[in-house]
Ligand binder design. Structure first.
Ligand SMILES: Cc1cc2nc3c(=O)[nH]c(=O)nc-3n(C[C@H](O)[C@H](O)[C@H](O)COP(=O)(O)OP(=O)(O)OC[C@H]3O[C@@H](n4cnc5c(N)ncnc54)[C@H](O)[C@@H]3O)c2cc1C
Length: 381
C-alpha cells in the first residue's frame, strides 16, 4: 500500500492533482497508481496511448544477465508485480510466465557459464541445459539450433504492453482519471522555479500540483526544455509481429533472434544486429528494408522445431528509451520541485513497480529507498 502521509518535519503537501506526461506503459502505470492513491490524475500524451516504444516492445519480463544489485532488486520486484497481476487473472492471454531460454554464441562455453554463475550468485532461478535436455523439455524448440549449452530461467515471462496499457487505462478512467491524447509535443510549465503543469502544442496549459514526465525517448528533450539535463542514449530498434502460427516456444533469446509468444498465436521477434539499417527520417518516423525483416524471421523460424516458416504480419521501428548511462532515471527532480521523471530501459519489466514507487515519492514527498540509486539528480553538477 502506498503511503500518502508526508514525512514529519517537511513542508511537503500531499498533492491533490497530478499530471503524467507520456502515454506509454510507464506513464499509464504511474497515472493509475496515483489515482489508486487518491490523486486527481490527468494523463497527457502527444498522440495515442502506446504509440511509442510500448507499442513495439519484446516485453520479456526478466532480470537475467549481469546487473547491479540495486537494478536487479528493482527488476525482480517488477516481475513480482506481474505475478500478482497474473494471479488476479490467470486466463489473460497477454501476460504469461512461460520461462525464458537463453543461449550465446556457439563455442562461448565460458561466457555461458559466467552468466549462469552470476545468476546463481544472485539467487535468480537459472539452470544449464544441454541440447539433449532442450530437446526433451521443449519439443517446440529446434534443439539443433541451440548452442551446446543453454540457460533456462523458469521464472521469466512476457507481457503484451498494448493490452497492459488498455487494462490500466480502463482502471484509470474508472477511478476518475482523465486521459488527454493528441496534444502534440508538450513542454513543462515552470513558475517560480517549480513545475506547475504542461503546455501542449497548441499553447494550452494544464496545471497540477505534481508533474511526472514519462516520455520515453522524448524525456531528455522535455526536461532539457525546463533546464534539467538528463542525457539520452536511446538507440533505434525494430520489432516484428508474425502472422499466427501453431508453433510453441517459451521466450527465446539467442545470438540472431529474440522472440516471445503473443496473443492470437502470433510471435514478436527482435534483435540488434540490423540496428544500423534502420533509417530515421527528419520527421522522426523510421523505416527499414523489408529484406531485413525477412532475414530476421528466417533466423526466428530456424529456432522452432515444427518446420513452419514464420511470416511477418507487421513491423515497427523507432527509438528504444535508454538513458545515456544505461541506468534507470527515476523519481523526484531536486532541481525542479514538483517534477518527477520515469525514463528507463526494460520499462516493460519495470512498468508496474515504477508506477508504485513513483507514486510513493509524489504522495509522501520522500524518496523511496529503492529509487536512491536511480535519482535524476545524479546528472546535476
Ligand atoms: C524493440 C524493443 C524491445 C524491448 N524489449 C524489452 C524487453 O524484452 N523487456 C523489457 O522489460 N523492456 C523491453 N523494451 C523496453 C520497453 O518496451 C520500454 O522501456 C517501455 O515500453 C518504455 O515505456 P515508456 O512509457 O517509458 O515510453 P514509450 O512507450 O515510448 O511512451 C512514451 C510516450 O510519451 C509520448 N511523448 C514523448 N514526448 C512527448 C511530449 N513532448 N509531449 C507529449 N507526449 C510525449 C510518446 O508519444 C509516447 O506515447 C523494449 C523496447 C523495444 C523498443
Amino acid at each position: 500500500m502506498t503511503t500518502t502521509t508526508p514525512p514529519a518535519g517537511t513542508d511537503h503537501t500531499t498533492p491533490t492533482t497530478a499530471l503524467v506526461l507520456g502515454g506509454g506503459a510507464l506513464g499509464v502505470s504511474i497515472a493509475t497508481h496515483l489515482a489508486r492513491a487518491g490523486a486527481r490524475v490527468t494523463l497527457a500524451t502527444s498522440g495515442e496511448l502506446c504509440d511509442g516504444a510500448s507499442g513495439r516492445s519484446l516485453s520479456w519480463l526478466n532480470s537475467a544477465g549481469d546487473r547491479s544489485p540495486a537494478y536487479h532488486a528493482l527488476r525482480v520486484l517488477g516481475v513480482d508485480r506481474y505475478r500478482t497481476l497474473f494471479a488476479a487473472g490467470p486466463s489473460r492471454d497477454w501476460l504469461r510466465f512461460t520461462g525464458g531460454l537463453w543461449w550465446g554464441d556457439e563455442g562461448d562455453r565460458e561466457g555461458t557459464h559466467a552468466r549462469h554463475a552470476d545468476e546463481v550468485a544472485r539467487g535468480y532461478d537459472s539452470h544449464l541445459l544441454t541440447r539433449k535436455d532442450v530437446a526433451g523439455v521443449f519439443p517446440g524448440v529446434n534443439a539443433e539450433a541451440t548452442a551446446e549449452e543453454s540457460i533456462w530461467n523458469p521464472g521469466e515471462g512476457w507481457v503484451s504492453l498494448p493490452h497492459l496499457v488498455d487494462h490500466l487505462a480502463t482502471e484509470l478512467r474508472t477511478l476518475g482519471g482523465t486521459i488527454r491524447t493528441q496534444l502534440g509535443e508538450c513542454s513543462l510549465l515552470v513558475e517560480d522555479g517549480r513545475a506547475a503543469g504542461i503546455r501542449d502544442a497548441s499553447g494550452a496549459e494544464l496545471r497540477a500540483d505534481a508533474v511526472v514526465v514519462a516520455c520515453g525517448a522524448g524525456t531528455s528533450a522535455v526536461m532539457a526544455g525546463a533546464g534539467v539535463d538528463i542525457p539520452d542514449g536511446s538507440p533505434l530498434a525494430m520489432l516484428v509481429t508474425t502472422e499466427p502460427s501453431d508453433a510453441q516456444a517459451p521466450v527465446l533469446n539467442t545470438p540472431r533472434a529474440a522472440m516471445r509468444p503473443n496473443p492470437g498465436g502470433t510471435f514478436c521477434v527482435d534483435h540488434d544486429w540490423y540496428v544500423d539499417q534502420i533509417v530515421e527520417h527528419e520527421d522522426g518516423h523510421c523505416t527499414i528494408d523489408e529484406s531485413v525483416v525477412t532475414e530476421l524471421l528466417a533466423e526466428a523460424s530456424r529456432l522452432l522445431a515444427d518446420g513452419t516458416p514464420l511470416k511477418a504480419g507487421t513491423w515497427a521501428s523507432g527509438r528504444k528509451p535508454i538513458p545515456a548511462d544505461g541506468q534507470p532515471v527515476l523519481g523526484t527532480v531536486g532541481q525542479l520541485p514538483g517534477s518527477y521523471v520515469a525514463f528507463t530501459h526494460s520499462g516493460a519489466t519495470l512498468a508496474l513497480i515504477i508506477g508504485d514507487l513513483i507514486t510513493h515519492e509524489v504522495m509522501s514527498g520522500s524518496r523511496h529507498p529503492l529509487l536512491e540509486s536511480f535519482s535524476p539528480d545524479r546528472f546535476t553538477a
